[in-house]
Ligand binder design. Sequence first.
Ligand code: DGI
Ligand code: FE
Ligand code: FE
Length: 190
Amino acid sequence: MVDKWIHEKLKKSIGIERYNHSVGVMNTSIELAAHYGYPIEKAAIAGLLHDCGKLQGQINLLKMAEEFGIILDNVMTRNKELIHGPLGKEIAKREYNINDEEILDAIRFHTTGRKNMGLLEKIIYIGDLIEPGRNFPGVEEIRREAFIDIDNSILLAMDNTIKYIIDRGNLIHLDTVEARNYFLNLKNME
Ligand code: DGI
Ligand code: FE
Ligand code: FE
């Protein structure tokens, strides 16, 4: 479904393990898109490319972000694993010729989420966490809920992630906080 050159280029640039995870996210995103009525092809490309910013080897993420004109806030500067979202958006544009804003936003916000997320952003956010290769305490419940109530599954996933971040003594990104508040408010308005 996605052009072969994209698969080959991605495999080289992020490594086989991360590539296999990305194929898992692509397949789960296709299932979610079919379930919730989102264009399958767009979900497939976004799922496959969501981690295209996770380049292998020793690279200076800060320098690369600066070269791409990405403004990093202090949480991103201090938690470098958060940079691959915004970096991935730029790489998808420049190296994989993606121009679709929904796909680019889904890549950009797949790690933190954000308030008012669109359907593709939700599909990729949750697809990333429940693809078949994922195995963490609580994943089964989130997997089930993803096909029942995607908003509630994201809330469960965010609570899980935020607890994990706190346990490790790390900073919580403001987009993550705003996203959780957004989904919690949605639920309480029902
Ligand atoms: O790239 P993946 O490993 O497939 O998954 P990801 O992009 O969802 O997450 C990468 C890491 O980012 C994961 O360990 C959780 C972490 N993370 C998510 N939100 C935040 C965060 N880390 C910090 N410090 N703050 C956040 O708000
Ligand atoms: Fe990621
Ligand atoms: Fe991922």
